[in-house]
Design a protein around this ligand. Structure first.
Ligand SMILES: [Zn+2]
Length: 208
């Protein structure tokens, strides 16, 4: 009941104060986190059938939205983006939702973990349980940007550890952008090492 009331409250707030587009930050968002112009410019991700479901191909308005979320302090776009993701990447029934966490230092700098906010919204929209703190980054890693595939894999190898909360469970691993997949592969390995049965990845976007 409380959930239903808060959803009604959010819908009323959206009517009175229409949220701004997650990408351009200007025009009001309509049925999606985006204004109609940005919405029309988003490219779907090709289905590569490799266990990574992505809601979009990285670039254009999606790159702007990710930038706003990660570097522009616009934490409020995470909820609409996560709901939008859940509508485009079907999370199979019976999955527990986990996210690719930031390291402690970066989370303190940014004041929030954007993948966690996406995961909260994905779990809520797909009505699957969220496993908080089941995956943690045990080592801070320098940004992956500018590294080739092999260097990215080395950079994140052993960077994650998962708790026994994932043992025997099917896991939906949420991240914002998947590029070469090195980060989600390292996180998947940690989840499997802790006994996760199956891991599927749900990303807001993928770069290739
Ligand atoms: Zn826009």
């Amino acid at each position: 009941m409380r959930g239903a009331l808060s959803e009604i409250g959010e819908a009323l707030l959206d009517l009175v104060f229409p949220p701004r587009c997650a990408a351009c930050g200007e025009a009001p968002a309509r049925a999606s986190p985006f204004c109609s112009t940005c919405d029309g410019a988003i490219e779907p991700a090709p289905d590569l059938g490799d266990g990574v479901g992505a809601a979009s191909l990285f670039g254009g308005p999606i790159a702007d939205a990710v930038h706003a979320l990660k570097y522009g302090g616009r934490a409020e776009v995470a909820g609409p983006l996560g709901r939008w993701m859940a509508g485009r990447v079907a999370v199979p029934e019976g999955m527990a939702v986990v996210w690719v966490p930031l390291g402690r230092r970066r989370r303190i700098e940014r004041t929030y973990d954007q993948a966690m906010l996406l995961a909260v919204a994905v779990a809520r929209a797909s009505r699957q349980p969220l496993l908080r703190g089941a995956l943690r980054r045990v080592r801070e890693t320098p940004p992956q940007v500018g590294r080739d595939r092999a260097a990215r894999a080395r950079n994140v190898a052993g960077a994650f550890a998962a708790s026994r909360a994932v043992a025997g469970r099917d896991i939906c691993l949420v991240d914002d952008v998947v590029t070469t997949g090195a980060t989600v592969e390292a996180a998947t390995r940690a989840l499997r090492d802790a006994g996760a049965r199956r891991v599927v990845v749900a990303a807001l976007s993928r770069a290739e």
